[in-house]
Design a protein around this ligand. Structure first.
Ligand code: ADP
Length: 572
């Protein structure tokens, strides 16, 4: 080999913030503070200084390279500083999803062996509930000043006191770019949560890819509202991508309702917004009820679950905002594909463009995709051969943290996503289902996602989830669970008729059940496992379905700061 003669400069996360401080020092990070609801603003230069103070404080607390530091926190400037301070000293920031059950949080902290855990005021009850079950944690640190210290039985420090007297210059070490930087657990709806351990190299490469115009995009001109949480898959890399590009970063803290988000969108001249479909439904509802517009917003990136057609049309046709769908997962840092149109689509009618935008999109540079049949054959990219979607690339997990082998990792070096999808010859990937959610009927597959999307087009339907239930003749048939829109009461027949117009006849659900809310998991996705459990005694027959409706609601709590969370903590 003739070696290239270029510098061997390792990709360090600390280098991203140094770059932003030197080149975009005045560009702001704006935060709605969880402890007060007030707005905090400062520039990348200040964030750089405070992250150096935090690096000194962590070193004094004895955090060594490779050790884990947990955070249970919203999107805030302090969380941002810790992202850089912890990984910058070669330690690992372990972001914890506060929407998990407290016993899961304790399990994860113990499994990760977190030495210190930082938390927002909102999550003080969680910390009080789990602290005694996490003997390895040496310090619990509130991410606020002393004046916001809540009444707690756990002994705590505060972040502001911790960093106050530290120097704002730190001699950042340079080390192997393959060193671990960040740890994030999958939500664990099927078995124990599994840790995904990102490296400096994977994080920097993912961020570089994310700021390409057709991915998340946004240069120094952009003002990006990061609704997607920093406690889950590093907010899709925005805390790294935004400073790399010099974009303004708007952090909503604990207030994710339509009114609070709109205040930031309007007040901070937001041009790009990133989050899951349920958030955009909430904002849409607020816009409609209050007759507001989105004058400055150019693009919404929606991902984490399939983008409903009605939502896409509402923003694109009603508000003139481009909506893009992204697909990915925790194991992929998370970005895998983005739904962009190409120049050859320019002349297409809007309906055709919508069809393309509802696909999960094109693989971003750095992610290879393939679809494999049940018996391991690679399927053609013909836009119809569905199978198991597998991926590989420099920001995709090669194994889980502290687990030897898992069958998602193939012998030839790919990761099996658990999604069922097809690819077309133009590069577009379409997810038809999660492998475990596919409805298998008479030897054929029904896509639960397509059924849900069809149902959500009905004017009276707010949300819908389709699950397969055992059927004496067909093996499985679909049951559709529907949350009607406020003030609407559609009938089963109306929904079935509507779906019959949109899908093949044999896809029409055998029954429709109406509920007030759908059970949501820790990442805001519908928990189909809960729905299947709830309706497990529901009988679908050949003639008249006999309904055995369960009495209790399976909807879990989703409000982690409030009363429900406190009740939950009673288990300890
Ligand atoms: P994330 O953590 O980013 O939500 P998870 O690892 O929890 O990722 O879940 C990833 C799964 O979410 C994917 O395998 C896929 O089933 C689903 N998903 C993510 N984005 C989309 C999308 N745009 N359309 C359909 N499903 C999606």
């Amino acid at each position: 080999m003739m070696r290239g003669l270029m510098m061997d400069a390792p990709l360090m996360i600390s280098g991203i913030l140094r770059h932003a401080a030197l080149n975009h020092g005045g560009r702001e990070i704006v935060t709605r503070l969880p402890e007060s609801g007030e707005i905090h603003r400062y520039g990348y230069r200040d964030a750089w200084k405070r992250s150096q103070q935090a690096a000194h404080a962590l070193t004094k607390l004895g955090v060594a390279p490779g050790e884990r530091v947990g955070t249970i926190a919203w999107n805030t400037h302090r969380h941002f500083e810790l992202y850089y301070a912890v990984s910058g000293i070669e330690s690992v920031i372990h972001t914890i999803n506060p929407r998990l059950k407290p016993e899961q949080i304790a399990w994860i902290i113990n499994h990760a062996e977190d030495k210190i855990v930082f938390f927002d005021t909102t999550f003080a009850p969680i910390v009080d509930g789990i602290a005694q079950h996490c003997p390895g944690v040496e310090k619990w640190v509130l991410m606020a000043g002393a004046e916001h210290k809540p009444e707690m039985k756990t002994e705590i420090l505060t972040y502001e006191e911790l960093i106050a007297d530290e120097p704002d210059e730190f001699d950042w070490p340079v080390f192997d770019e393959h060193a671990a930087a960040c740890l994030c657990y999958t939500s664990g709806t099927t078995g124990d949560p599994k840790g995904v351990l990102y490296s400096h190299r994977s994080t920097v490469l993912h961020a570089m890819s994310s700021i390409a115009p057709d991915v998340i995009g946004g240069g120094a001109e952009a003002s990006i509202l990061a609704v997607v949480p920093m406690f889950h898959v590093s907010a899709w890399g925005l805390p790294y991508g935004a400073p790399m590009a010099g974009a303004k970063l708007v952090m909503p803290g604990a207030q994710l309702d339509g009114a609070s988000l709109y205040e930031l969108i309007d007040g901070e001249d937001v041009t790009y917004m990133v989050g899951v479909p349920t958030v955009w439904l909430g904002v849409l509802d607020y816009l409609r009820k209050n007759e507001k517009r989105l004058d400055k917003v150019e693009k919404i990136l929606s991902g984490g679950s399939a983008l409903p057609e009605a939502l896409l049309r509402a923003y694109e046709e009603g508000y003139g905002v481009t909506m893009q769908q992204g697909w990915g997962m925790t194991e992929m840092s998370p970005i895998g594909t983005i739904g962009t149109l190409k120049p050859n689509h320019d002349g297409l009618p809007q309906d055709e463009k919508v069809k393309i935008k509802l696909k999960q999109g094109l693989g971003v540079y750095g992610v290879e995709l393939r679809v494999v049949s049940e018996d391991g054959k690679i399927l053609p990219r013909d836009g119809k051969s569905s199978g198991h979607l597998q991926v590989r690339g420099p920001w995709i997990a090669s194994q889980y943290f502290k687990r030897d082998s898992d069958d998602q990792f193939t012998d030839d070096g790919w990761f099996d996503t658990g999604d069922i999808a097809h690819l077309d010859d133009d590069g577009y990937m379409t997810i038809t289902d999660r492998a475990k959610d596919v409805i298998k009927t008479g030897g054929e597959w029904i896509s639960s996602i397509d059924l849900e999307n069809a149902a959500m087009g009905h004017p009276d339907v707010a949300q819908a989830a389709a699950i397969g239930l055992p059927h004496p003749k067909w093996q499985e048939r679909p049951l559709l669970v529907v949350v009607p829109k406020e003030g609407c009461s559609p009938t089963e027949q109306q929904i079935q008729d509507y779906i019959a117009e949109k899908c093949a006849k044999w896809w029409v659900p055998d029954a429709v059940e109406f509920v007030e809310e759908l059970p949501l998991g820790a990442t805001g996705k519908v928990l189909k496992t809960d729905l299947r459990e709830r309706f497990k005694d529901y009988k679908l027959g050949e003639d008249k379905p006999k309904k055995a409706r369960p009495e209790t609601s399976a909807a879990p709590e989703t409000d982690n700061g409030g009363e429900k969370r406190k009740k939950f903590l009673g288990i300890f």
